[in-house]
Design a protein around this ligand. Structure first.
Ligand code: GLN
Length: 529
Protein backbone atom coordinates (compact mmCIF):
# COMPACT_ATOMS: atom_id res chain seq x y z
CA UNK A 1 0.00 0.00 0.00
CA UNK A 2 1.35 3.42 -0.99
CA UNK A 3 -0.02 6.62 0.50
CA UNK A 4 0.83 10.30 0.13
CA UNK A 5 -0.56 12.45 2.94
CA UNK A 6 -1.02 16.15 2.33
CA UNK A 7 -1.11 18.43 5.36
CA UNK A 8 -1.14 22.20 5.57
CA UNK A 9 0.36 24.86 7.77
CA UNK A 10 0.44 28.62 8.44
CA UNK A 11 -2.94 29.44 6.87
CA UNK A 12 -5.94 27.60 5.60
CA UNK A 13 -7.19 28.19 2.07
CA UNK A 14 -3.78 28.09 0.37
CA UNK A 15 -4.69 25.19 -1.87
CA UNK A 16 -4.14 21.81 -0.27
CA UNK A 17 -6.80 20.38 -2.56
CA UNK A 18 -5.10 21.66 -5.71
CA UNK A 19 -1.70 20.58 -4.37
CA UNK A 20 -2.85 17.02 -3.71
CA UNK A 21 -4.75 16.88 -6.99
CA UNK A 22 -1.74 18.21 -8.94
CA UNK A 23 0.48 15.56 -7.40
CA UNK A 24 -2.17 13.07 -8.48
CA UNK A 25 -2.11 14.42 -12.04
CA UNK A 26 1.68 14.05 -12.18
CA UNK A 27 1.68 10.50 -10.84
CA UNK A 28 -1.17 9.57 -13.16
CA UNK A 29 0.97 10.85 -16.01
CA UNK A 30 3.71 8.55 -14.68
CA UNK A 31 1.35 5.67 -15.41
CA UNK A 32 -0.09 5.01 -11.95
CA UNK A 33 -3.72 4.69 -10.95
CA UNK A 34 -4.55 7.22 -8.26
CA UNK A 35 -7.26 7.43 -5.63
CA UNK A 36 -7.84 10.42 -3.40
CA UNK A 37 -9.44 11.03 -0.03
CA UNK A 38 -10.14 14.03 2.10
CA UNK A 39 -10.61 14.03 5.86
CA UNK A 40 -12.17 17.15 7.36
CA UNK A 41 -12.43 18.18 10.98
CA UNK A 42 -15.98 19.54 10.99
CA UNK A 43 -18.99 17.76 12.44
CA UNK A 44 -21.48 17.92 9.58
CA UNK A 45 -21.93 14.37 8.35
CA UNK A 46 -21.55 15.57 4.76
CA UNK A 47 -21.51 18.97 3.06
CA UNK A 48 -24.95 18.31 1.49
CA UNK A 49 -26.87 20.59 3.82
CA UNK A 50 -24.19 23.27 4.14
CA UNK A 51 -24.69 26.74 2.71
CA UNK A 52 -22.80 27.09 -0.60
CA UNK A 53 -21.87 30.69 0.28
CA UNK A 54 -20.06 29.47 3.34
CA UNK A 55 -18.77 26.17 2.08
CA UNK A 56 -18.68 26.35 -1.71
CA UNK A 57 -20.53 24.00 -4.01
CA UNK A 58 -21.66 20.51 -3.14
CA UNK A 59 -19.86 18.12 -5.45
CA UNK A 60 -21.70 14.86 -6.17
CA UNK A 61 -19.90 11.69 -7.18
CA UNK A 62 -21.22 8.96 -9.50
CA UNK A 63 -22.32 6.90 -6.52
CA UNK A 64 -24.38 9.80 -5.19
CA UNK A 65 -22.19 10.97 -2.30
CA UNK A 66 -22.46 14.68 -1.51
CA UNK A 67 -18.93 15.95 -1.07
CA UNK A 68 -17.16 19.28 -1.26
CA UNK A 69 -15.36 21.07 -4.01
CA UNK A 70 -11.99 19.53 -3.28
CA UNK A 71 -13.33 16.18 -4.46
CA UNK A 72 -14.14 18.02 -7.70
CA UNK A 73 -10.49 19.10 -7.97
CA UNK A 74 -9.42 15.50 -7.47
CA UNK A 75 -11.65 14.21 -10.23
CA UNK A 76 -10.65 16.97 -12.61
CA UNK A 77 -6.92 16.57 -12.07
CA UNK A 78 -6.62 12.82 -11.91
CA UNK A 79 -9.42 12.26 -14.41
CA UNK A 80 -10.84 9.43 -12.29
CA UNK A 81 -14.22 9.06 -10.59
CA UNK A 82 -14.15 9.42 -6.85
CA UNK A 83 -16.53 7.52 -4.54
CA UNK A 84 -18.12 7.58 -1.11
CA UNK A 85 -14.70 6.55 0.20
CA UNK A 86 -13.25 9.89 -0.89
CA UNK A 87 -14.95 12.26 1.48
CA UNK A 88 -14.82 11.99 5.27
CA UNK A 89 -15.76 14.43 7.97
CA UNK A 90 -15.40 14.03 11.71
CA UNK A 91 -19.21 13.87 11.74
CA UNK A 92 -19.25 10.91 9.39
CA UNK A 93 -16.45 9.13 11.24
CA UNK A 94 -18.17 9.62 14.59
CA UNK A 95 -21.50 8.50 13.15
CA UNK A 96 -19.88 5.17 12.39
CA UNK A 97 -18.19 5.02 15.80
CA UNK A 98 -21.56 5.56 17.51
CA UNK A 99 -23.26 2.93 15.35
CA UNK A 100 -20.56 0.41 16.23
CA UNK A 101 -20.69 1.34 19.91
CA UNK A 102 -24.50 0.91 20.00
CA UNK A 103 -24.18 -2.47 18.34
CA UNK A 104 -21.79 -3.50 21.09
CA UNK A 105 -18.91 -3.98 18.69
CA UNK A 106 -16.41 -2.54 21.16
CA UNK A 107 -17.11 -5.38 23.58
CA UNK A 108 -17.42 -3.25 26.66
CA UNK A 109 -14.17 -1.36 26.13
CA UNK A 110 -13.95 2.40 26.80
CA UNK A 111 -14.29 3.97 23.33
CA UNK A 112 -11.64 6.66 22.86
CA UNK A 113 -10.50 9.15 20.25
CA UNK A 114 -6.95 7.93 20.29
CA UNK A 115 -7.14 4.32 19.56
CA UNK A 116 -10.72 3.83 18.33
CA UNK A 117 -11.38 6.91 16.24
CA UNK A 118 -7.80 7.04 14.95
CA UNK A 119 -8.04 3.35 14.06
CA UNK A 120 -11.23 3.95 12.13
CA UNK A 121 -9.50 6.70 10.12
CA UNK A 122 -6.66 4.28 9.28
CA UNK A 123 -9.25 1.67 8.35
CA UNK A 124 -10.95 4.13 5.99
CA UNK A 125 -7.62 5.00 4.34
CA UNK A 126 -6.85 1.32 3.83
CA UNK A 127 -10.36 0.59 2.55
CA UNK A 128 -10.19 3.53 0.16
CA UNK A 129 -6.95 2.24 -1.28
CA UNK A 130 -8.04 -1.39 -1.58
CA UNK A 131 -11.54 -0.79 -2.92
CA UNK A 132 -10.34 1.68 -5.54
CA UNK A 133 -7.75 -0.73 -6.88
CA UNK A 134 -5.36 2.22 -7.24
CA UNK A 135 -1.56 2.08 -7.00
CA UNK A 136 -1.30 5.19 -4.85
CA UNK A 137 -3.73 6.91 -2.48
CA UNK A 138 -3.42 10.60 -1.83
CA UNK A 139 -4.94 11.63 1.49
CA UNK A 140 -5.63 15.26 2.27
CA UNK A 141 -6.00 16.30 5.89
CA UNK A 142 -8.27 19.34 6.23
CA UNK A 143 -7.33 22.48 8.19
CA UNK A 144 -3.85 23.39 9.34
CA UNK A 145 -1.51 21.58 11.69
CA UNK A 146 -2.26 22.74 15.21
CA UNK A 147 -6.04 23.08 14.70
CA UNK A 148 -7.56 21.35 17.68
CA UNK A 149 -10.28 19.67 15.67
CA UNK A 150 -7.81 18.01 13.33
CA UNK A 151 -5.35 16.69 15.90
CA UNK A 152 -6.78 13.18 15.82
CA UNK A 153 -6.45 13.09 12.03
CA UNK A 154 -2.78 14.06 12.18
CA UNK A 155 -2.26 11.37 14.82
CA UNK A 156 -4.03 8.81 12.61
CA UNK A 157 -1.71 9.41 9.66
CA UNK A 158 1.31 9.41 11.93
CA UNK A 159 0.31 5.96 13.12
CA UNK A 160 -0.30 4.89 9.55
CA UNK A 161 3.30 5.65 8.63
CA UNK A 162 4.47 3.87 11.76
CA UNK A 163 2.45 0.82 10.73
CA UNK A 164 3.21 0.73 7.03
CA UNK A 165 6.72 2.13 6.96
CA UNK A 166 8.25 5.35 5.67
CA UNK A 167 8.74 3.91 2.19
CA UNK A 168 4.97 3.43 1.89
CA UNK A 169 3.61 6.56 3.52
CA UNK A 170 5.03 9.89 2.45
CA UNK A 171 4.16 13.34 3.82
CA UNK A 172 3.76 16.50 1.76
CA UNK A 173 3.36 19.64 3.84
CA UNK A 174 2.02 22.81 2.26
CA UNK A 175 3.04 26.12 3.82
CA UNK A 176 2.65 29.78 3.02
CA UNK A 177 5.39 32.40 3.05
CA UNK A 178 4.02 35.92 3.56
CA UNK A 179 5.49 39.02 1.95
CA UNK A 180 6.53 41.77 4.30
CA UNK A 181 6.16 45.11 2.56
CA UNK A 182 8.42 47.03 4.94
CA UNK A 183 11.49 44.92 4.23
CA UNK A 184 10.31 43.85 0.77
CA UNK A 185 10.88 40.16 1.33
CA UNK A 186 9.16 36.84 1.76
CA UNK A 187 9.37 35.64 5.35
CA UNK A 188 9.99 31.98 6.10
CA UNK A 189 9.56 31.92 9.88
CA UNK A 190 5.87 30.92 9.96
CA UNK A 191 6.67 28.07 7.54
CA UNK A 192 9.56 26.92 9.71
CA UNK A 193 7.34 27.01 12.78
CA UNK A 194 4.71 25.01 11.00
CA UNK A 195 7.22 22.28 10.11
CA UNK A 196 8.26 22.26 13.75
CA UNK A 197 4.58 21.90 14.77
CA UNK A 198 4.25 18.94 12.46
CA UNK A 199 7.42 17.35 13.83
CA UNK A 200 6.23 17.85 17.40
CA UNK A 201 3.35 15.58 16.40
CA UNK A 202 5.76 12.94 15.22
CA UNK A 203 5.58 13.63 11.51
CA UNK A 204 8.66 14.47 9.51
CA UNK A 205 7.60 15.92 6.16
CA UNK A 206 9.25 14.49 3.05
CA UNK A 207 8.24 17.36 0.80
CA UNK A 208 7.60 20.99 1.58
CA UNK A 209 5.48 22.92 -0.93
CA UNK A 210 5.98 26.64 -0.52
CA UNK A 211 3.05 28.85 -1.51
CA UNK A 212 3.51 32.56 -2.00
CA UNK A 213 1.78 35.32 -3.86
CA UNK A 214 4.90 35.95 -5.90
CA UNK A 215 7.80 33.95 -7.31
CA UNK A 216 9.71 32.11 -4.58
CA UNK A 217 13.36 32.73 -5.32
CA UNK A 218 16.19 30.25 -4.88
CA UNK A 219 17.43 31.88 -1.63
CA UNK A 220 14.08 31.26 0.08
CA UNK A 221 14.11 27.63 -1.04
CA UNK A 222 17.69 27.24 0.23
CA UNK A 223 16.83 28.80 3.54
CA UNK A 224 13.81 26.55 4.06
CA UNK A 225 15.83 23.54 2.99
CA UNK A 226 18.51 24.38 5.55
CA UNK A 227 16.27 25.38 8.42
CA UNK A 228 13.80 22.53 7.95
CA UNK A 229 16.49 19.96 7.22
CA UNK A 230 15.09 18.88 3.87
CA UNK A 231 17.08 18.19 0.68
CA UNK A 232 16.77 21.10 -1.73
CA UNK A 233 14.84 19.08 -4.32
CA UNK A 234 12.22 18.37 -1.67
CA UNK A 235 11.33 22.05 -1.26
CA UNK A 236 9.00 23.01 -4.09
CA UNK A 237 8.16 26.64 -4.87
CA UNK A 238 4.51 27.28 -5.65
CA UNK A 239 3.78 30.88 -6.54
CA UNK A 240 0.23 31.96 -7.26
CA UNK A 241 -0.42 31.34 -10.94
CA UNK A 242 -2.92 32.77 -13.41
CA UNK A 243 -4.56 29.40 -13.95
CA UNK A 244 -4.68 26.54 -11.47
CA UNK A 245 -4.03 24.13 -14.35
CA UNK A 246 -0.44 25.35 -14.50
CA UNK A 247 0.25 23.81 -11.10
CA UNK A 248 1.03 20.20 -12.14
CA UNK A 249 3.32 21.47 -14.91
CA UNK A 250 5.08 23.83 -12.51
CA UNK A 251 5.59 21.17 -9.84
CA UNK A 252 7.05 18.79 -12.35
CA UNK A 253 9.52 21.45 -13.49
CA UNK A 254 11.05 20.72 -10.08
CA UNK A 255 10.80 16.95 -10.73
CA UNK A 256 8.38 16.54 -7.85
CA UNK A 257 6.90 13.41 -9.47
CA UNK A 258 10.31 11.74 -9.62
CA UNK A 259 11.13 12.70 -6.03
CA UNK A 260 7.85 11.17 -4.87
CA UNK A 261 8.38 8.00 -6.91
CA UNK A 262 11.77 7.65 -5.28
CA UNK A 263 10.39 8.26 -1.80
CA UNK A 264 7.75 5.59 -2.36
CA UNK A 265 10.33 3.14 -3.73
CA UNK A 266 8.77 3.01 -7.18
CA UNK A 267 10.98 2.69 -10.27
CA UNK A 268 11.57 5.90 -12.21
CA UNK A 269 9.41 6.22 -15.33
CA UNK A 270 8.71 8.75 -18.01
CA UNK A 271 6.30 11.42 -16.78
CA UNK A 272 4.46 12.84 -19.75
CA UNK A 273 2.55 16.00 -18.93
CA UNK A 274 2.15 17.10 -22.55
CA UNK A 275 -1.66 17.17 -22.31
CA UNK A 276 -1.45 19.55 -19.37
CA UNK A 277 1.15 21.62 -21.20
CA UNK A 278 -1.18 21.86 -24.19
CA UNK A 279 -4.00 22.99 -21.91
CA UNK A 280 -1.74 25.66 -20.41
CA UNK A 281 -0.79 26.76 -23.95
CA UNK A 282 -4.47 27.09 -24.88
CA UNK A 283 -5.09 29.09 -21.73
CA UNK A 284 -2.21 31.44 -22.44
CA UNK A 285 -3.11 31.84 -26.10
CA UNK A 286 -6.84 32.38 -25.73
CA UNK A 287 -7.23 35.96 -26.85
CA UNK A 288 -10.83 36.34 -27.96
CA UNK A 289 -13.06 37.06 -24.97
CA UNK A 290 -16.71 36.00 -24.77
CA UNK A 291 -18.94 36.99 -21.92
CA UNK A 292 -21.45 34.73 -20.23
CA UNK A 293 -24.10 36.01 -17.85
CA UNK A 294 -24.53 33.55 -15.00
CA UNK A 295 -27.97 34.35 -13.65
CA UNK A 296 -28.35 32.91 -10.19
CA UNK A 297 -29.09 33.47 -6.56
CA UNK A 298 -25.56 33.29 -5.22
CA UNK A 299 -23.61 36.00 -6.91
CA UNK A 300 -21.29 36.76 -4.06
CA UNK A 301 -19.08 33.71 -4.18
CA UNK A 302 -17.52 32.02 -7.16
CA UNK A 303 -17.06 28.83 -5.16
CA UNK A 304 -20.82 28.27 -5.10
CA UNK A 305 -20.70 27.33 -8.81
CA UNK A 306 -17.09 26.23 -8.95
CA UNK A 307 -17.33 23.21 -11.24
CA UNK A 308 -19.65 25.01 -13.62
CA UNK A 309 -17.29 27.97 -13.94
CA UNK A 310 -14.36 25.64 -14.53
CA UNK A 311 -16.36 23.56 -17.00
CA UNK A 312 -17.30 26.61 -19.06
CA UNK A 313 -13.78 28.04 -18.94
CA UNK A 314 -12.05 24.86 -20.11
CA UNK A 315 -14.62 24.41 -22.88
CA UNK A 316 -13.70 27.96 -23.96
CA UNK A 317 -9.97 27.22 -23.91
CA UNK A 318 -10.56 24.23 -26.13
CA UNK A 319 -11.83 26.74 -28.71
CA UNK A 320 -9.11 29.30 -27.86
CA UNK A 321 -11.66 31.56 -26.28
CA UNK A 322 -11.34 33.20 -22.94
CA UNK A 323 -14.64 32.97 -21.15
CA UNK A 324 -15.54 35.80 -18.87
CA UNK A 325 -18.29 34.82 -16.47
CA UNK A 326 -20.24 37.67 -14.94
CA UNK A 327 -22.50 36.84 -12.05
CA UNK A 328 -25.77 38.62 -12.56
CA UNK A 329 -28.10 38.62 -9.60
CA UNK A 330 -31.49 37.25 -10.59
CA UNK A 331 -33.09 39.55 -8.05
CA UNK A 332 -31.44 42.55 -9.72
CA UNK A 333 -32.94 41.50 -13.06
CA UNK A 334 -36.36 41.54 -11.38
CA UNK A 335 -35.74 45.14 -10.35
CA UNK A 336 -33.86 46.50 -13.36
CA UNK A 337 -35.12 44.36 -16.24
CA UNK A 338 -33.35 42.30 -18.86
CA UNK A 339 -31.29 45.20 -20.22
CA UNK A 340 -28.74 43.94 -17.74
CA UNK A 341 -28.25 41.01 -20.11
CA UNK A 342 -27.34 43.07 -23.18
CA UNK A 343 -23.85 42.44 -24.45
CA UNK A 344 -23.59 38.84 -23.34
CA UNK A 345 -22.89 36.09 -25.85
CA UNK A 346 -24.56 33.48 -23.69
CA UNK A 347 -26.82 33.11 -20.69
CA UNK A 348 -26.50 30.36 -18.15
CA UNK A 349 -28.94 29.62 -15.35
CA UNK A 350 -27.22 27.32 -12.86
CA UNK A 351 -28.59 25.01 -10.20
CA UNK A 352 -30.24 26.30 -7.08
CA UNK A 353 -32.83 25.87 -4.37
CA UNK A 354 -35.59 28.03 -2.95
CA UNK A 355 -37.74 30.83 -4.36
CA UNK A 356 -35.29 33.73 -4.27
CA UNK A 357 -34.57 35.18 -7.69
CA UNK A 358 -36.81 32.78 -9.59
CA UNK A 359 -38.73 35.50 -11.44
CA UNK A 360 -35.48 37.09 -12.62
CA UNK A 361 -34.27 33.74 -13.92
CA UNK A 362 -37.54 33.26 -15.83
CA UNK A 363 -37.06 36.74 -17.34
CA UNK A 364 -33.53 35.77 -18.40
CA UNK A 365 -34.80 32.58 -20.05
CA UNK A 366 -37.47 34.52 -21.94
CA UNK A 367 -34.88 37.05 -23.06
CA UNK A 368 -32.63 34.26 -24.33
CA UNK A 369 -35.44 32.45 -26.14
CA UNK A 370 -36.92 35.51 -27.80
CA UNK A 371 -33.59 37.02 -28.79
CA UNK A 372 -32.08 33.69 -29.81
CA UNK A 373 -29.17 34.04 -27.44
CA UNK A 374 -27.45 30.75 -26.53
CA UNK A 375 -28.86 29.52 -23.24
CA UNK A 376 -27.64 26.73 -21.05
CA UNK A 377 -29.79 25.60 -18.14
CA UNK A 378 -28.40 23.45 -15.39
CA UNK A 379 -30.85 21.60 -13.15
CA UNK A 380 -32.86 24.53 -11.77
CA UNK A 381 -32.01 26.24 -15.06
CA UNK A 382 -33.87 23.53 -16.94
CA UNK A 383 -36.91 23.86 -14.66
CA UNK A 384 -36.80 27.62 -15.27
CA UNK A 385 -36.76 27.00 -19.02
CA UNK A 386 -39.93 24.89 -18.73
CA UNK A 387 -41.68 27.44 -16.49
CA UNK A 388 -40.85 30.27 -18.90
CA UNK A 389 -42.14 28.32 -21.89
CA UNK A 390 -45.34 27.35 -20.09
CA UNK A 391 -46.00 30.95 -19.13
CA UNK A 392 -45.15 32.71 -22.35
CA UNK A 393 -45.81 30.14 -25.07
CA UNK A 394 -48.38 27.75 -23.64
CA UNK A 395 -50.29 30.58 -21.98
CA UNK A 396 -50.24 29.57 -18.31
CA UNK A 397 -49.21 32.79 -16.59
CA UNK A 398 -49.16 31.09 -13.20
CA UNK A 399 -46.93 28.19 -14.32
CA UNK A 400 -44.34 27.36 -11.68
CA UNK A 401 -42.68 24.60 -9.71
CA UNK A 402 -44.22 22.92 -6.69
CA UNK A 403 -41.03 23.91 -4.86
CA UNK A 404 -41.85 27.62 -5.17
CA UNK A 405 -45.66 27.62 -4.89
CA UNK A 406 -47.01 24.34 -3.55
CA UNK A 407 -50.62 25.46 -4.13
CA UNK A 408 -50.26 26.84 -7.67
CA UNK A 409 -52.55 25.39 -10.31
CA UNK A 410 -50.07 24.84 -13.13
CA UNK A 411 -47.11 23.04 -11.62
CA UNK A 412 -45.07 22.16 -14.68
CA UNK A 413 -42.33 21.04 -12.27
CA UNK A 414 -43.45 18.93 -9.37
CA UNK A 415 -42.69 16.12 -6.98
CA UNK A 416 -43.60 12.77 -8.46
CA UNK A 417 -46.12 10.64 -6.58
CA UNK A 418 -43.55 8.26 -5.12
CA UNK A 419 -41.43 11.17 -3.87
CA UNK A 420 -44.15 12.68 -1.70
CA UNK A 421 -43.79 12.29 2.03
CA UNK A 422 -40.01 12.56 2.00
CA UNK A 423 -39.41 14.92 4.86
CA UNK A 424 -35.89 14.53 6.07
CA UNK A 425 -33.62 17.03 4.36
CA UNK A 426 -30.22 15.34 4.43
CA UNK A 427 -29.46 12.97 1.56
CA UNK A 428 -33.03 12.54 0.27
CA UNK A 429 -32.61 13.94 -3.22
CA UNK A 430 -32.13 12.17 -6.51
CA UNK A 431 -28.37 11.88 -6.27
CA UNK A 432 -25.62 10.41 -8.38
CA UNK A 433 -25.33 9.07 -11.91
CA UNK A 434 -28.39 8.17 -13.98
CA UNK A 435 -28.55 6.86 -17.53
CA UNK A 436 -30.37 8.93 -20.08
CA UNK A 437 -31.60 8.16 -23.60
CA UNK A 438 -31.36 10.95 -26.15
CA UNK A 439 -33.78 11.53 -29.01
CA UNK A 440 -32.45 10.80 -32.46
CA UNK A 441 -31.94 13.96 -34.48
CA UNK A 442 -32.09 16.25 -31.45
CA UNK A 443 -29.58 18.97 -30.61
CA UNK A 444 -28.66 16.89 -27.56
CA UNK A 445 -27.73 13.95 -29.75
CA UNK A 446 -25.71 16.19 -32.04
CA UNK A 447 -23.83 17.76 -29.15
CA UNK A 448 -23.12 14.54 -27.24
CA UNK A 449 -22.49 12.56 -30.42
CA UNK A 450 -24.32 9.54 -29.03
CA UNK A 451 -27.73 8.29 -28.03
CA UNK A 452 -27.13 7.19 -24.47
CA UNK A 453 -25.40 9.21 -21.80
CA UNK A 454 -25.05 9.20 -18.02
CA UNK A 455 -25.00 12.36 -15.93
CA UNK A 456 -25.02 13.12 -12.23
CA UNK A 457 -28.03 14.51 -10.42
CA UNK A 458 -28.81 16.43 -7.26
CA UNK A 459 -32.40 17.62 -7.09
CA UNK A 460 -35.89 16.77 -5.85
CA UNK A 461 -38.34 18.07 -8.43
CA UNK A 462 -39.09 16.73 -11.91
CA UNK A 463 -40.80 17.84 -15.08
CA UNK A 464 -44.57 17.17 -14.92
CA UNK A 465 -45.35 14.68 -17.70
CA UNK A 466 -49.01 15.72 -17.80
CA UNK A 467 -47.86 18.79 -19.76
CA UNK A 468 -45.48 16.98 -22.05
CA UNK A 469 -47.70 16.75 -25.19
CA UNK A 470 -48.47 20.49 -25.04
CA UNK A 471 -44.81 21.41 -24.66
CA UNK A 472 -43.68 19.18 -27.50
CA UNK A 473 -46.43 20.39 -29.80
CA UNK A 474 -45.22 23.97 -29.39
CA UNK A 475 -41.54 23.25 -30.02
CA UNK A 476 -40.18 22.47 -26.57
CA UNK A 477 -38.53 19.13 -27.07
CA UNK A 478 -37.88 16.62 -24.30
CA UNK A 479 -34.74 15.35 -25.97
CA UNK A 480 -33.40 13.21 -23.15
CA UNK A 481 -35.28 10.94 -20.77
CA UNK A 482 -34.52 8.27 -18.22
CA UNK A 483 -34.28 4.89 -19.94
CA UNK A 484 -37.90 4.08 -19.00
CA UNK A 485 -38.98 7.37 -20.60
CA UNK A 486 -40.47 8.64 -17.33
CA UNK A 487 -38.13 11.45 -16.31
CA UNK A 488 -37.36 14.42 -18.53
CA UNK A 489 -33.58 14.81 -18.38
CA UNK A 490 -32.68 17.06 -21.32
CA UNK A 491 -34.90 19.72 -22.85
CA UNK A 492 -34.37 22.02 -25.82
CA UNK A 493 -36.15 24.64 -27.89
CA UNK A 494 -36.52 23.58 -31.51
CA UNK A 495 -36.48 26.93 -33.19
CA UNK A 496 -33.39 28.32 -31.49
CA UNK A 497 -29.64 28.13 -32.20
CA UNK A 498 -28.79 26.73 -28.76
CA UNK A 499 -31.32 26.70 -26.00
CA UNK A 500 -30.76 23.52 -24.10
CA UNK A 501 -30.94 22.48 -20.50
CA UNK A 502 -30.49 19.43 -18.39
CA UNK A 503 -31.97 18.26 -15.13
CA UNK A 504 -28.51 16.90 -14.36
CA UNK A 505 -25.23 18.60 -13.47
CA UNK A 506 -22.92 18.08 -16.45
CA UNK A 507 -20.30 20.27 -14.79
CA UNK A 508 -19.61 17.43 -12.38
CA UNK A 509 -18.28 15.34 -15.23
CA UNK A 510 -16.38 18.05 -17.09
CA UNK A 511 -12.63 17.57 -16.87
CA UNK A 512 -9.94 20.00 -17.98
CA UNK A 513 -8.50 17.44 -20.37
CA UNK A 514 -12.01 16.45 -21.56
CA UNK A 515 -14.32 19.47 -21.63
CA UNK A 516 -18.00 18.55 -21.48
CA UNK A 517 -19.81 18.40 -24.86
CA UNK A 518 -22.76 20.52 -23.65
CA UNK A 519 -20.35 23.28 -22.69
CA UNK A 520 -18.31 23.01 -25.87
CA UNK A 521 -21.60 23.19 -27.83
CA UNK A 522 -22.61 26.27 -25.86
CA UNK A 523 -19.30 28.00 -26.61
CA UNK A 524 -19.55 27.09 -30.30
CA UNK A 525 -23.05 28.53 -30.45
CA UNK A 526 -21.75 31.69 -28.78
CA UNK A 527 -19.04 31.97 -31.39
CA UNK A 528 -21.58 31.74 -34.16
CA UNK A 529 -23.71 34.42 -32.55
N1 GLN B 1 -34.37 23.09 -6.55
C1 GLN B 1 -34.50 22.21 -7.66
C2 GLN B 1 -34.87 20.79 -7.27
O1 GLN B 1 -34.72 20.42 -6.14
C3 GLN B 1 -33.24 22.23 -8.50
C4 GLN B 1 -32.05 21.68 -7.77
C5 GLN B 1 -30.74 22.00 -8.44
O2 GLN B 1 -30.66 22.90 -9.26
N2 GLN B 1 -29.70 21.30 -8.08
O3 GLN B 1 -35.32 20.03 -8.07
Amino acid sequence: MKVICVTGGVLSGIGKGITGASIGAILKAAGYQIFMQKFDGYLNVDPGTMNPIEHGEVFVTDDGTETDLDIGHYERYIDTNMTKNSSWTTGRIYQEIFERERKGEYLGKTVQVISHVASLVKEKIKEGFTQSGADISIVEIGGTVGDMENEYLIESVRQLRQELGAENVVFVHLVYVPYLGASKELKTKPAQNSVRDLRSRGIDPDILVVRADMPVEEDIIRKLSLMCGLPIQCVIPSATVKSIYEVPVNYQKHVLGNTLLQALHFPQTQIDLSKWEQLVDHIQNAKEVKKIAMVGKYVSLEDAYYSLNEGLKVAGYRKDIKIQIDFVSAEEIEKQGTDMLLGYSGICVPGGFGTRGIEGMVMAAQFARENKIPYLGICLGSQIMAIEFARNVLGYPDATSEEFFPDAQHQVIHLMEHQKGIEKKGGTMRLGSYDCALTKGSLAEKVYGKLQIAERHRHRYEFNNAYRPEFEEKGFLISGTSLDGELAEVVEIKDHPYMIATQAHPELKSRPLHPHPLFVGFIEAMKGG
